[in-house]
Design a protein around this ligand. Structure first.
Ligand code: NAP
Length: 248
């Protein structure tokens, strides 16, 4: 029996990187997949086709996670088409890095909207169907940067730390309704988001990681499957680092 058979998952920002890795792993474990993207329409179509090869239902939706109304409409559409949502993965995220001295208001606002407000938007909208179903697992993608901070990423760190506080609060509010909410904090994961870093920086990061390598989208996806499955039925309100030991 596959770990996610019979479950419907909604994953934001799955056209690339970690979200794509999570969608593929969830499909391999038997979940039906609704996923979102913002600008990568072609990649979304490719992913939808790839997911269907697993013999599950899959559909990509163009939806801006930072937009409150759009998130509400998205959840209604997914529930109409898939019947319910058992697992929500709030993965969509961006960076607009810069030292505070040079950071513009726009850089701050864009990151907070895309990374933190998006998590509020989707979680608020998903409450209704999950309360009705009397079950659910919400998984919010934070970052080790939200736990530790990082020079040049004060906006990103604030958004990711906010996700952790939000996740713990939602876990406390919805635990009695059998709805779990956890955060995951990936470390240095090789995706397009980190491809912009220069090779010297990448080497320094990898040298400082006890497991001596960058993580992959699959590394993150494997743990996300566990949190989405009933194997983690007694785990809520936690933030788990997936970082090769970078933070201990
Ligand atoms: P990525 O390769 O840049 O992919 C980001 C994904 O998010 C894309 O699918 C993008 O869609 C989507 N997206 C961005 N803004 C969106 C919005 N407003 N609405 C809907 N979708 C949106 O990034 P990644 O490295 O996979 O990161 C995924 C998550 O993991 C992010 O939350 C990131 O902060 C977190 N994380 C990453 C690392 C790392 O080392 N890579 C470490 C810790 C945490 P389009 O392609 O359509 O634009």
């Amino acid at each position: 029996m596959k770990l996610l058979s019979g479950k419907v998952a909604l994953i934001t920002g799955a056209s690339r990187g970690i979200g794509r890795g999570i969608a593929l792993k969830f499909a391999a474990e038997g979940a039906d997949i609704a996923f979102t993207y913002l600008s990568s329409a072609e990649k979304a179509i490719e992913l939808e086709n790839e997911l269907k090869q697993f013999g599950i239902r899959a559909k990509g939706y163009r939806s801006d996670a930072a937009d409150f109304k759009a998130a509400d409409e998205l959840v209604s559409s997914v529930v109409n088409e898939f019947g319910t949502v058992d697992v929500l993965v709030n993965n969509a995220g961006i960076t607009r890095d810069g030292l505070l001295m040079r950071m513009s208001e726009q850089q701050w606002d864009e990151v907070i909207q895309a990374n933190l407000k998006s998590v509020f938007n989707l979680t608020k909208a998903i409450q209704r169907p999950m309360l009705k179903a009397k079950k659910g697992s919400i998984i919010n993608v934070s970052s080790v940067v939200g736990v530790k901070g990082n020079a040049g990423q004060s906006n990103y760190a604030a958004s990711k730390a906010g996700i952790i506080g939000f996740s713990k609060s939602v876990a406390l509010e919805l635990g009695s309704r059998n709805i779990r909410c956890n955060a995951i904090a990936p470390g240095f994961i090789e995706t397009e988001m980190t491809a912009v870093l220069n090779p010297e920086t990448v080497k320094q990061w990898c040298d400082s990681i006890p497991l001596k390598r960058a993580g992959s989208a699959e590394d993150v996806a494997n743990f996300t499957v566990f949190l989405g499955s009933d194997r983690s039925a007694y785990i809520t309100g936690q933030c788990i680092n997936i970082c090769g030991g970078m933070l201990t």
